[in-house]
Design a binder for this molecule. Sequence first.
Ligand SMILES: [Zn+2]
Ligand SMILES: [Zn+2]
Length: 804
Amino acid sequence: MERYEPNAIEPKWRERWAETGIYETDVENAERPFYNLMMFPYPSGEGLHIGNVFAFTGVDIFGRFTTMRGHDVFEPFGYDAFGIHSENFALKQNIHPMTLIRDNVNRFREQMKQLGTRISWGREVDTTDPGYYRWTQWIFLQLYKRGLAEKRKAPVNWCPSCKTVLADEQVIGGRCERCDSEITHRDLEQWFFKITAYAERLLKNLDWIDWSPVVVTAQRNWIGRSEGLQTSFPVEGADESITFFTTRPDTIFGVTFMVLAPEHPLANKVTAQEQRAAVDEYVSAAMAKTAVDRQQMERSGVFTGAYATNTLNGERVPIWVGDYVLATVGTGAIMAVPAHDERDFDFARKYRLPIRVVVAPAGWDGGELDEAYTGEGTLVNSGEFDGMASEQAYEAIIAKLEGNGTGERKVTYRLRDWLISRQRYWGPPIPIIYCDDCGTVPVPEDQLPVELPYVEEFRPTGTAQSPLASDASFVNTTCPDCGKAARRETDVSDTFLDSAWYFLRYPSTEFDDRPFDQERTKKWLPVDNYIGGKEHSVLHLLYSRFITMALHDMEHLDFEEPYEKFRAHGLLILEGNKISKSRGNIVSPDDYYASHGADTLRTYLMFSGRFDEGGDFSDKGIEGVSRFLYRVWDLVQRYHTQEGPGTLEGDGERLVHRTIRKVTYDLSELKFNTAIAALMEYSNELQHRPALHETEIRTLILLLAPFAPHITEELWEQAGGEYSVHQQAWPEHDEELAQLLEVEVAVQINGKTREIVKAEAGAAEEVVVGLAKESARIQRYLREGKVVKTIYVPDRLVNFVVKS
Ligand SMILES: [Zn+2]
Ligand SMILES: [Zn+2]
């Protein structure tokens, strides 16, 4: 073939790959299993967008590279097809999700195939398939039996637009993670998973798992461990006391007021008659605000007219209600120490409450503070603890309260239990039955799945009940224990439960009688390499760790961390803007498949920026990458038509080995952009070669194969290579030959050569200029005047223009 025609060769090779099944990993007999996982997408109506393609291409390149290095790579794909996102889209289109999702899945599959991925299509997973969600329900039941699933009434996040409750992790900056609406709160009886029971382990393992630091930090902060003191102050003239937690027991003598969250049960109980009206008004106004407003707006509060007693100094402490204290954080009550806490300081200023310094900063003159002092220091105004350092006083005060039984050292976590009920239609029904006589009864495992019925009216009701509640044939059932009439739970479970275990299913898709086969799981898990977005840090990535740990503790798994290695990829932007539906700048890969071919798109996406940072997707850049592939094509054609064979020696041979070393290293580190740059440089060099050697050409094709799988397959065949290029061994480099090429660079002063320095070929300008400036001779010239300009010609010269 004379010319490179992507649209002619790409479909041809995809067909051949499918026919020969080279990507259908033999999961039973693989000798060197390597589980290469990408985050399965939710199949949106718009189809795959360029951001997905960016992520999946990176995973696929790594999978192809690892295959060529002799591993049996398993690279599966599936669809996170339940959930509010999919359902909201169905509502908008007014198409039943059961119809819509099937069509979307078909479209996604086709688009992924066109991308030229090495996916094992025979092991596809779809979370909406009853054969899959049967096991999602099974996991719910295991957690229930273990006491890790519990129904209880709690103040919960409510999305007024999605008309459902949401977990804390799904509220981002006070807004719904799915639809961006502001979240309100409701008191509802809901199902929770006790992820908090695993807080310490989830935190501890972060010390050793090999994950991108950005995700580790996000999880650490989200789990939010803090150590301190829990104690309580009795309410004056009442039988009640206010329990609170503080990380600063050393400041306890500085308490000048206490604040209760508006939802705190004592807020109503302790309020004095004359303050009743003011408190009621304040509380109802606070309840109408969103959590974000409560955190961001100016601090406000109202005095209850009641007092507590500071057990350490016997002082009367006024009790206030303030909405900057959240019921869901800690005990929902705080001791306020305005001198040493910024929020309390603002509050005290506003309401003219006393501010008393009890930890003196170094050099403090005894005067008033302009702002809260939150550091450590020496205790003052603190009775018997005066003169102690903060650290010492911290221990002494805890010891004293523990000694008299009024307080205890405590570790608390910011992490809340995972709220998993959803008042929606599009999810697996929670497998629970309510019986008047037997109470809450789990559906027996042999009755799974509890199938999601086809319900014509699938719209969320807004009444805190799922649309399933109006389907009598679904709701009414018999009690598995006593056989009497009973009702089914009508909420469905959170989509994030579907995705919390999907990686366990892929290697075991053929087993109908178990969620995952023990032997298979031993062979393939934990996942060797997982790549995905960091936006899932405290959602999917945290939930799936918890589910894995819980299944491990129930002896279903022999490991407790699901992913040995996790790498976060960056986000692709479009001409400087975030790609999102709301901006209306969703880019589909389809146009590029047609205009440039999948190989060009793949290579361009990986070249446009660092994989862990993302890049800018603009049309301008893609042409350069397209030219690169045409050049590779032409090089191979030239090789076939050249007169005699080229030789491989000296610099030419060194360049081959140097390129192999560079591309190999970069690929292992997911540095795709610099690997492509090295291949471009290599192909440029080959263009200048009078005759090409077989090794030069074969190396080029093999190193390029993971990035551009179709063109390399075609060129490999043309070069007489055995099918398939993707099953060839990755080229090895010779370390000695790969040593750097040195070039001599002339260093000039005002155009006259004064020195020659040796530098690595292709070194960056600042490196070579730095080397030039290190020369003693050059330094002498430079001292004679001022450098007004530096001219740099790569690998050739540095010229300093000096004026005296
Ligand atoms: Zn929403
Ligand atoms: Zn019963």
